[in-house]
Design a protein around this ligand. Sequence first.
Ligand code: SF4
Ligand code: SF4
Length: 761
Amino acid sequence: MTATQASSGLYLCEGCAIGEAIDVAALEQVARSEFKVSHCVRHSALCSEEAVASIRRDLDEGRIDRVAVAACSPRMMTDRFRFDGIPMVRANLREHVAWSQSARAEDTQMLASDQVRMALAQLTKMALAQPAVLPEVARAVLVVGAGVSGLTAALEAAKSGHPVVLVERGEQLGGWAASWSQRMPHLPPYREPRPNDVGRLIDAVRAEGRIKVLTQARVVRTSGAPGRFDVVIALGTGEVSERVGAIVVATGWRPYDASRLTDLGYGGADVVTGVEFEAMLREGAPKRRSNGEPIRTVAFLQCAGSRSAEHLPYCSSVCCGVSIKQALQVVAANPEANAYVLYEELRTPGTAEEFYRQAQRAGVVFMKGRVQRVEAATMTVTFADDLLGDEVALAGLDLIVLATGMVPNSTDIDAPIVEQEKSAEQLKDDINPLSTIRVAGYAGSAQPQVVQWRKSEQSAGGPILNLQYRQGPHIPMLADGFADSHYLCFPYETRRTGIYACGPVRRPMNMAESAEDATGAVLKAIQAIEGAGAGAAVHPRVGDLSYPKIGYDICTKCRRCTVECPFGAIDEEADGRPIVNASRCRRCGTCMGACPVRTITFDNYNPQMVAAMISANEIPDEFAEKPRILVLACENDAYPAIDMAAFHRSQWSPFVRIIPVRCLGSVTMLWISTALEKGYDGVMLMGCKSGDEYQCHFVKGSGLARERMAKVGETLKSMMLEPERVTLEEVSIADSRRVPQVINTFSELIGALDPNPMKGF
Ligand code: SF4
Ligand code: SF4
């Protein structure tokens, strides 16, 4: 018996049907006899104030110094069962036993005993996380771009008490919005175009003492990490350096290049884009460019170059509203004027529907169908009208307005492209659609070579921040050029911790949405600064004080951790030694899963800890006909989905033992080999969707796990085991109805195989 084991306390709950489903007293015996835990307490409702107070009392009076709570899921009652400063684990007796298994059955009791065994094994191997705290944290926020989103971000950060450096590459503040004639309605009753109020926002920023405004400025170099970014900014007069704690990228958008839309008549004197028409409206009653005559008939062609494989594949979402606004301005200026909006799909979500109805009332004509031809010489649009079921020719138009889409400024098209030496591995890792990449040894060549690798023309250009990261100068982007972010769960975040994107560089959006988006991004930036100060993780493991520690005596400098970290958190020294930037780290454990010599550990999560949990379970002998299946379930989606299945009282095989993991990317081969050698009959990794439409909270953890699993088959064969014993299943958090079936199907498949021959060795 070790001193550590002697001071553990096990608290068992009998509430929420646990007491009816299993013999809780028998679990005490498991703890006492197998783990020498002398302090075991049963309670009818462990989450009651009185029970929690008794745990605290036991801690305060030195009876115990670490706690195992065997009750509901570790995802529940987290505030109640929070004992700061001591190691604490949870055993899931409610969702994974009482609510999902047959009451008082032998297999249910065996499962409950294993739940307690796993928790106590985990507790034995767990150390209190010692955070990496920065000695000094910069509180300033750098905001790049001074359009609506950048101005709002700067103002909100300043209002929260943070100094702000606002960098704008142009001469003026306000971005595109500064040149709008009016704006779409963002306030009730959402029916009329409203005055453009960007000027007020600019004035507020200029008047805010905490904001340093730098115009005709560009970020030329960014190094460091959250809490200590060092940024070099080029001004006309030279360079300045700023230290900031977090960065908000609000570089906005640019209109799609209409010169590629000659088939829609662009190039003709009276064929203009929506942005160009805005400038005409701003000058007063618009006139034809060709002859100066007033404009009486206008056709707005929606989706000009949008939702098209040839141009922009996505919907820019704002163009419909902009055309409605402009059409209303046309008919308001001249009640005799005719405005036609030609669309395939009109997108007016939410309150924009009010705006659309107002335009109908005002006489704007909406026509659904497809543009067939545009003849700029005769100003004729031939249109296949869905309602009429016929072709209609709108001839003799005064103006044709092409509602072109938005292209994100996730690169700086005027900045020099930074060529970078990249290994083939890095290239595979990097989903940046960079325009030019110098690739070392790509495709088997020993010589560096320059390749063109354009996923998207829109994203060609130099880096916005020119990050001095081992992983490259760009903020990773999606294929369409928008900043990569987990759009479902973590809008604003980029794949570089402490750097947040907002406004149209993140997705197409209007002025009101951009302002709201900026506020969210600033909150995230402030969280990153606070987290860096405390040594705590940001989303999704908010507040986690652990971070990866590397055992340099064993490290072979193989670089897998630096390459596979999804967030660029690990740099390399000149000799190849990996260096963790703790404040960049999201604590996913992908580096731990990548390390072939298993020398990366977290205080509270490490290869040895989970291996001990796997080994702790009792494996019945081969004649018992009780197979054992290990499920390593991602704590972000799979584990919650399983919990939710229990809420529905779905049942699944009692032969399954489920261990939550931070991400499938953290799964090491050690866990699989430990399980098979111990005698488990099958292993399932259950995590998030990978690939282009990933849902992995850590971007590529589940994809990396899939790649690694592809190599497991050979190992299994060498162990004389069938490859189907180890599998990976992608599920989402919404799959609570499906996960029991997935588990049961795998369980049946494994049950049909001969028992693992290593059982009992
Ligand atoms: S892989 Fe994950 S845990 Fe490892 S350094 Fe990167 S962010 Fe941190
Ligand atoms: S993966 Fe492991 S062995 Fe390889 S460089 Fe990183 S710490 Fe060292």
